[in-house]
Design a protein around this ligand. Structure first.
Ligand code: GLA
Length: 375
């Protein structure tokens, strides 16, 4: 009798604590654009103190609150306080980028002998999906749920020919957060015609929280033995170069700032710092460790695992103090680290790069896991 009671009590306790530990998702308004379009946001909160807000404009990670080693919670991603600012002063802050994240040389590619031309919006090249890429589109909220994973699914349908790309494309972005402080992001897509794509998230991380310091003192590890060098317009030359013995070697942790001014390396000159695609070690398609960012002052660490073949490591080199972000802070060069997992830049024009092609009947998946901790 007594034993049965104890078992029931234990089961009850367990259920209660499980219930208390579940991650939660809440949906709410996030203001409106200047044309009146309403923007919504979903906030995912883990019982371990991380909370991610995703807004429908651009399926954008608008804020990401992470505790430091003392338990203080701060926002670790750059962005704006209002949705309209993301359109007025756009720079892909936290955005879901598509159809083709990163560059396509001269905005030109062909599929099965048919030529396509995109807008040149970055010097001679096409960047991040063109003038009105996925970051500037309104996404729909398909579902919101709490539980072991708090989750939101957002979707966008891109019309055949939008921004010059062939095929109607149906895209989803699923963000989920668990109590181990893992934020998982999964992009999926299908198409009605053969096309090319590269979907990624363009968060600017500053683990100091509220950007109190730049990222030059952050320690970065990149699980990448090779990277793809670029020309002066940041288009890959086609070479896959070993990082060993160069300023691109992050196989063991290095301070971002230690070698970023080493202009003896022409690649650093071209990028104005780091703005390069690293080839992630291991088999693309399987989730494997790609990067670790550690801020020694706050103690915050972010570990990223990806399924993509590459990851663009960008140190906010174009932030020039004219972007006034959250809390009216000026964002300046070196204020953030972007790590954008995807296929390599300009893949449609490099037959020997991992393919960016998607055919009707195929499903595209790009999975990114960001795990946060502090010590
Ligand atoms: C990417 C590019 C950079 C820059 C930013 C957006 O990371 O590689 O060169 O265009 O996006 O400013």
């Amino acid at each position: 009798m007594k034993r049965a009671f104890l078992a029931i009590a234990a089961a009850h306790l367990c259920a209660t604590s499980l219930g208390a530990q579940a991650a939660t998702a809440t949906r709410g308004a996030f203001g409106a654009l200047s044309d009146g379009t309403k923007v919504e946001a979903v906030t995912l909160t883990s019982s371990a103190g991380v909370s991610a807000k995703i807004m429908t404009l651009g399926a954008t990670l608008q804020s990401l609150i992470v505790p430091d080693k003392a338990g203080h919670k701060d926002d670790v991603v750059l962005g704006y306080d209002t949705a309209q600012d993301y359109l007025t002063r756009p720079d892909y802050f936290g955005a879901s980028v598509g159809r083709y994240a990163n560059r396509i040389a001269k905005g030109k590619f062909s599929i099965d002998g048919k030529a396509f031309t995109l807008a040149a919006n970055d010097g001679p090249n096409s960047l991040h999906g063109g003038k009105l890429g996925f970051d500037k589109r309104m996404w729909k909220i398909d579902s919101v749920s709490s539980g072991a994973d708090a989750k939101v699914v957002m979707s966008y349908v891109s019309a055949d020919g939008e921004e010059g790309f062939p095929g109607e494309m149906k895209v989803t972005a699923t963000y989920s957060l668990n109590d181990q402080n893992e934020l998982k992001l999964e992009y999926r897509a299908t198409t009605s015609k053969p096309t090319v794509l590269n979907l990624t998230n363009h968060s600017y991380f500053n683990l100091s929280g509220n950007d109190t310091r730049d990222v030059m003192g952050n320690m970065v590890t990149l699980h990448a033995a090779r990277f793809t060098p670029v020309d002066a317009t940041l288009i890959p030359t086609g070479e896959r170069r070993a990082v060993a013995g160069t300023v691109f070697d992050f196989a063991t942790p290095h301070r971002v700032g230690d070698r970023i001014r080493d202009a003896k390396d022409q690649q650093i000159k071209f990028g104005r710092g780091y703005d390069h695609n690293f080839i992630v070690d291991g088999a693309a398609g399987s989730l494997r460790p790609a990067a670790v960012v550690q801020d020694p002052v706050s103690g915050r660490t972010m570990e990223m695992s990806v399924t993509a073949p590459g990851i663009q490591f960008y140190t906010g080199n174009f932030l020039d103090g004219t972007y006034f972000g959250k809390g009216n802070r000026a964002y300046r060069q070196g204020d953030a680290i972007c790590l954008e997992p995807g296929v390599f830049p300009d893949s449609p024009n490099h037959a020997d790069f991992p393919t960016s092609r998607l055919n009707p009947g195929q499903s595209y998946v790009n999975t990114i896991v960001y795990k946060f901790s502090a010590k």
